[in-house]
Design a protein around this ligand. Sequence first.
Ligand SMILES: [Cu+2]
Length: 443
Amino acid sequence: MKMSRRNWFWWMGAGGLLPLALMGRRAYAQQDETQVSAPASRPGVRPVRTLNGRTLSFRMVGGVKEFHLVAEEVEHEFAPGSRAKCWGYNGTTPGPTIEAVEGDRVRILVTNRLPEHTTIHWHGILLPSGMDGVGGLSQPHIAPGETYAYEFTLRQHGTHMYHPHADEMLQMAVGMMGMFIVHPRHGEAVPIDRDYCFLLHNWALHPGSYRPDPAVMQDFDLWTFNSKVFPAIDPIVARTGERVRIRIGNLSMWNHPIHLHGVQFHVTGSDGGRWPRALWRPETTEIVGVGQTRDIEFVAVPGDWALHCHMSHHTMNAMGHDIPNALGVKQGDLDAAVRRALPGYMSMGEGGMAEHQEHTNMGHMAGPENTLPMMMGRGPFGNLEMGGMFTVVKVRNDLRREDYGDPGWYPNPPGTVARRVSEAPAAVRPDEPMDHSKMNHGG
Ligand SMILES: [Cu+2]
């Protein structure tokens, strides 16, 4: 790799000739833009694409791939309109994805710039006990200001994760996690054209607050793919006929049934690596349990296809869970009466909750500071009424191989969109009890 003046500075720093403490975040950013991870250059190995994120760069030191993670506080945006002080690595939550190849010797330097001690556990990776990162059990904690080195040889491939094993409840609740992808040494028997990865997480960022609350166990405000909520989550883009893999890890507090429209995918792997073909199974929803990873694969078919958690509250942004049920309640001029005491008050949901997005889109409901509306996103046909763990798999016939840009909305072929046939409810007859004896069973 070529040596520019900028990464010379980085090299000298990492080599110990300059104190690590002198290196600002800019040094890491430069490191990432001047070095490209090697997996791309191996035949049969396609680098992963971290949704809304990036892969961590490394340098070769005497045959060892050396990575450097800095645990630190980060300014994070879940979507425009919702920011928080979180903790993460190298400036982001989740931290950058570590990518390597089975058989690699890796050294991972971990610098602690947090106000308390930390460690990193390499979740699912086979390694010596003393490299496992459980503070107090496998190693001393990494005190603020200290740098530790982890070093091991990768003896497996698969979709793995990393996270602290020190004050774990708090440190994970505020965003400390990342993915660790190990590619098979001899490439993939069934080649992958596009390989995506993201982590599932949940956050208690109470309306009007700026620090995720680590004490919450169930009623979270934000449900994220790679610490982003819809509509700020990148689309998953592919060309018709390409084989797509999506690697999903879960370090949240809930199990998430992840559902993909448009195809039957195969569940093909986990942190146990890519499974033998006999174990692949067709599904359209796969539960990714807490602490698990799952790989799903499919051949892309053209369209705009929703990919989301099927827990319907997990595709909403901040919402109250203790609200009275207004469905079917005639509210009359109640609102006006309440507004005399509470300016701006608006009750919701007499005929359903979809009106929520109408009100927030039009600015009728300002909502608390630093809080996203419960429902967001606009598609070609109107409001999506979604938030949280939702994105769109966009498959097009005419995409270039290396194009990952958002291609816009799907141009449906004529005659393939559900259509209105009547505006008058009485004009359409509901169904009647069926006489099964008259059914034609074809023989
Ligand atoms: Cu979920």
